[in-house]
Design a protein around this ligand. Structure first.
Ligand code: PDD
Length: 278
């Protein structure tokens, strides 16, 4: 598999970064995950722009302009043996000696990109929905930055894995935030509800698309604070991400959501998503 590191393409298995890279020592970096369908990167510009915002928030100089980023992704995609891909992009502050929390005076960001084969969610998951557990959000207060320092997300996602379910739904101060690696939507009485973007959550590219599709197809929606009680009493609960697309959560902490089946609005929205990605 061909991957990219600091200006050159090479076989993934041959690529190495120095152990003093601040991405390794501090999780001092940002990343993107971009779905690619039939070799067409999906919403690429939106992903590249979010990467730019994450870099700015992390105070890492963007090593490339927009055109260079698009070119890099297209070249990477063209060299993969599979049609549907999940492109991973990462920029860290780079290697620095000696280890010091403070930014190095001279830093050369490390740019890494590679692609995995992308498998759409199994039809059974789309038909039957998935289960989730809930947890208090233990992450920091800048979750709008797509940072590689993901220890809290990792621990929260492992709670789901340990419980044999798909995702951990996060609440802060009794309000719905997002999943450990996804955004969450609620349907109540035919209306679609989404937590409002803030520094407490990552505004997903898929989240934006779902709301755009809602507007296009005249599905009423509201972005507002959603309480834990509203989540438990929801008719439908969905999760969205670049890798999982859109899935219905039909069980949360052993409580059935709605009638325990993916709801009608989920089915309609998933079809809109499939039509859009074609
Ligand atoms: N995760 N919220 C969090 C915390 C996420 O990590 C992600 C994505 C999302 C959804 O964003 P998008 O729709 O742009 O994929 C929301 C990626 C897929 C990951 O870390 O692998």
């Amino acid at each position: 598999l061909i991957a990219y590191l600091n200006g050159a393409f090479a076989p993934l298995a041959t690529l190495q970064v120095p152990v003093l890279d601040r991405g390794f020592l501090f999780g001092d970096g940002v990343y993107e995950v971009i779905p690619v369908y039939s070799r067409r990167p999906f919403r690429l510009l939106e992903h590249i722009r979010r990467l730019g915002r994450s870099l700015a928030a992390a105070r890492i100089d963007d090593p490339h302009n927009e055109a260079q980023w698009l070119d890099l992704v297209h070249k990477l995609v063209a060299q993969q043996p599979f049609e549907d891909q999940s492109v991973y992009l990462q920029v860290t502050r780079g290697p620095a000696y000696p280890r010091n929390h403070v930014f190095p005076n001279v830093a050369q960001p490390t740019v890494f990109a590679y692609a995995d084969p992308l498998l759409p969610p199994a039809p059974a998951l789309v038909q039957q929905g998935v289960s989730a557990v809930s947890a208090d959000d233990i992450r920091w207060l800048r979750c709008n930055v797509k940072a590689t320092s993901l220890l809290a997300n990792v621990l929260l996602r492992q709670m789901a894995a340990d419980a044999g379910v798909t995702e951990t739904v996060l609440f802060r101060d009794g309000l719905l935030i997002e999943g450990s690696a996804s955004n969450i939507f609620v349907v109540k009485e035919g209306q679609l509800l989404a937590p409002p973007p803030s520094h407490l959550m990552l505004t997903g590219i898929t989240y934006d698309l779902v709301l755009e599709l809602a507007a296009t197809h005249r599905i009423a929606y509201q972005q507002r604070a959603i309480t834990a009680a509203e989540v438990r009493a929801a008719d439908e609960l969905w999760l969205s991400s670049s890798s999982k697309e859109l899935l219905a959560i039909t069980e949360l902490d052993d409580l059935k959501i709605g009638n325990g089946q993916p709801g009608p609005l989920y089915r309609a929205m998933y079809q809109h998503y499939l039509d859009f990605k074609r």
